[in-house]
Design a protein around this ligand. Structure first.
Ligand SMILES: N[C@@H](CCC(=O)N[C@@H](CS)C(=O)NCC(=O)O)C(=O)O
Length: 210
């Protein structure tokens, strides 16, 4: 049985949880509290020396970290990863975009909103991340104005990778009402067979700092 080491509040972890659910793939979930430093303990570093969830443990005991690598591995020979070279490269293109141009802004703003306070000293940093976050959402909007999914007519791991933090971008203060095609894309996900919602802790009931 596959095993997923994950924190329920992590969008990176949700990418893997969502694909596993869409594929109907059973797995054991091992909860790791990323905020309380559990990913930095020696026992966890043997699974991922980079000290972060998600990590997928394969049937033979091999550990695979990095959310997008996990998506790529799980999607092999399924409808969520194109079979042709260019289609696979396009999936990677969007997943590299997610890690370099999207997640550091859209996900980090959500993290800050939940775990830190905006002060006069860090105001400029928030504004810069908001600008970059909106830039990333704008890139997606341009593509999704032309087509229903990031690779064209069917959903793929590129969509799953970007959906995780985009659909909760408002939790980081980003206004999605500016992006009609993006919102229509978000609304398509719950109709996918096997879809599961992101079970991230809600701000009001969070046991950590709200
Ligand atoms: N590039 C990694 C990022 C993973 C990541 O940032 N994980 C966070 C939770 S979302 C984490 O484990 N943080 C704990 C820490 O850095 O100590 C991925 O896509 O999987």
């Amino acid at each position: 049985m596959l095993k997923l080491y994950d924190d329920p509040d992590s969008g990176n972890g949700y990418k893997a949880r969502l694909l596993l659910a869409l594929l109907g793939q059973p797995y054991d979930l091992v909860e790791v509290n990323a905020i309380q430093g559990e990913t930095r303990r020696e026992a966890f570093l043997t699974k991922n020396p980079n000290g972060r969830i998600p990590v997928l443990e394969l049937e033979d005991g091999t550990f695979l970290p990095e959310s997008n690598a996990i998506l790529f591995y799980l999607a092999e020979e399924t409808a969520y990863l194109p079979a042709d070279s260019l289609g696979r490269a396009r999936a990677l293109q969007w997943m590299f975009f997610e890690q370099y141009s999207h997640e550091p802004y859209v996900a980090v703003l959500r993290f800050w909103a939940r775990h830190t306070d905006k002060t006069r000293e860090n105001e400029a940093q928030w504004a810069e991340r908001e600008k970059r976050g909106y830039d990333a959402l704008g890139v997606m909007e341009r593509t999704l104005t032309e087509q229903h999914w990031l690779l064209g007519g069917t959903p793929s791991i590129a969509d799953i990778s970007l959906y995780a933090y985009t659909h909760v971008a408002d939790q980081g203060g980003l206004d999605l009402s500016r992006f009609p095609a993006l919102r229509a894309w978000i609304d398509r996900f719950p109709d996918l067979e096997g879809y599961v919602p992101f079970s991230g802790r809600l701000r009001a009931t969070d046991d950590r700092k709200a």
